[in-house]
Design a protein around this ligand. Structure first.
Ligand code: NAD
Ligand code: IPM
Ligand code: MN
Length: 361
């Protein structure tokens, strides 16, 4: 019986509030299905750690974390203490890159019991995945600043689209679309305005599409794609996007399903050479930190994604993941909800109720 070794990193802000709820639910699911979890918590990758040590991570972070099966991550960033580009490039973005977690898989699903901000939409109308490139693209620190403080001051920010990086994310997304009933893929682009990287991205998408004759590909510029997320969310199945476009779409999608407090994500290294990382889509939410109203479901759902990925060959882990999803759905239908879902429950009430459902089912 395998022992799953999990590194738990709360980070900052509501990361500290929602991670314990995620662990509570994971443990309840593990106990129920006799899954062995070994959880080790780290205080790195937080702005307080940075203020104390002058760095977000210890020198040996890579050596330490690479021995885990997965990383279960809260959120990082507290811009009043540490500039965001320093805290994020010093932690989460390093994990994604160094562990080659090139797939950021983000489900967008309208669930029964959650008020939908789009008129006339029912559960079932919105059910798709954003597959976001997670290691390159518009996210780089390549560039520079010149003539600082003068009128000629300028900054240059480069993007990087490699053939390897574009092809592997497109392949993942096409494979996924090919294995689903609808066999539909939407490729986010902006090849009308972004004249170098996006025509290349389109070209790689065309080349991949040629290998998947059963998948219907639809290329859409990011601007109208955003509009269609709101107006026609039922038309999507798998949406593949570059790093920045995928980032934007994966807040917009969940907002269309009621709240980003439900949005889960998996940062996957599909080859399993390194640990994958599971985290909510949302950030540290300084505006609600300490009020005990953060929705822990994005964190809990990310835990289900973790069990599903880790236990690909392990029926018990698959069942446990499915059980967590069922317990989440039960709560959304009839249980206590946090204010972002129209309720008045606390973070702990939601977490504990979901854990109880698991214990009693
Ligand atoms: P955010 O996602 O933290 O918050 C945006 C809004 O959504 C806020 O009003 C917040 O209260 C609300 N919200 C977020 N999560 C919620 C939850 N679980 N329940 C209820 N409401 C929730 O985005 P932001 O304000 O742009 O960023 C705050 C900090 O978090 C910044 O430092 C940013 O860089 C960082 N950040 C980190 C991650 C990450 O670690 N993956 C993701 C996004 C932002
Ligand atoms: C996310 C976040 C991060 C991103 C930030 C915090 C760097 O917004 O995971 O979506 O842009 O990838
Ligand atoms: Mn984001």
């Amino acid at each position: 019986n395998k022992v799953y070794k999990i590194a738990a990193i709360p980070g900052d802000g509501i990361g500290i509030e929602v991670l314990p709820e995620g662990l509570k639910v994971l443990q309840a699911a593990a106990d129920k299905h006799q899954i062995a979890l070994e959880i080790t918590q780290f205080d790195w990758a937080s702005c307080d750690y940075y203020l104390e040590h002058g760095t977000m991570l210890p020198d040996n972070w890579f050596e330490v974390l690479k021995n885990f099966d997965a990383i279960y991550f809260g959120a990082v960033g507290w811009p009043d203490k540490v500039p965001d580009h320093i805290s994020l490039w010093g932690s989460l973005l390093q994990f994604r890159r160094r562990f080659d977690q090139y797939v950021n898989l983000r489900p967008v699903r309208l669930l029964p019991g959650v008020p939908c901000p789009l008129a006339g939409r029912e559960p079932g109308d919105i059910d798709f995945y954003v597959v976001r490139e997670n290691t390159e693209g518009e996210y780089t620190s390549v560039g520079g600043r010149m003539f600082e403080g003068t009128e000629r001051e300028f900054v240059l920010q480069e993007s990087v689209f490699t053939r390897h990086g574009s092809d592997r994310i497109l392949k993942y997304a096409f494979e996924m679309a090919n294995n689903r009933d609808k066999k539909k893929i939407t490729v986010a682009t902006k090849s009308n305005g972004v004249a170098v990287s996006m025509p290349y991205w389109d070209e790689r998408a065309e080349a991949m599409a040629a290998q998947y004759p059963e998948v219907a590909m639809d290329k859409q510029h990011i601007d109208i794609l955003c509009a269609r997320f709101v107006l026609q969310p039922n038309r999507f199945d798998v949406v593949v996007a570059s790093n920045l476009f995928g980032d934007i779409l994966s807040d917009l999608g969940p907002a269309c399903t009621g709240t980003i407090g439900l949005a889960a994500s998996a940062n996957l290294n599909p080859e399993r050479n390194f640990p994958s990382l599971f985290e909510p889509v949302h950030g540290s939410a300084p505006d609600i930190f300490g009020k005990n109203i953060a929705n822990p479901i994005a964190m809990i759902w990310s835990g289900a994604m973790m069990l599903e990925f880790l236990g690909e060959q392990d029926e018990r882990a698959q069942t446990a993941a499915a059980d967590i999803m069922q317990a989440i759905e039960k709560l959304l239908l009839s249980g206590p909800k946090t204010p972002d879902m129209g309720g008045s429950a606390s973070t702990q009430e939601v977490g504990s109720t979901i854990a109880q459902y698991l214990q009693s089912s």
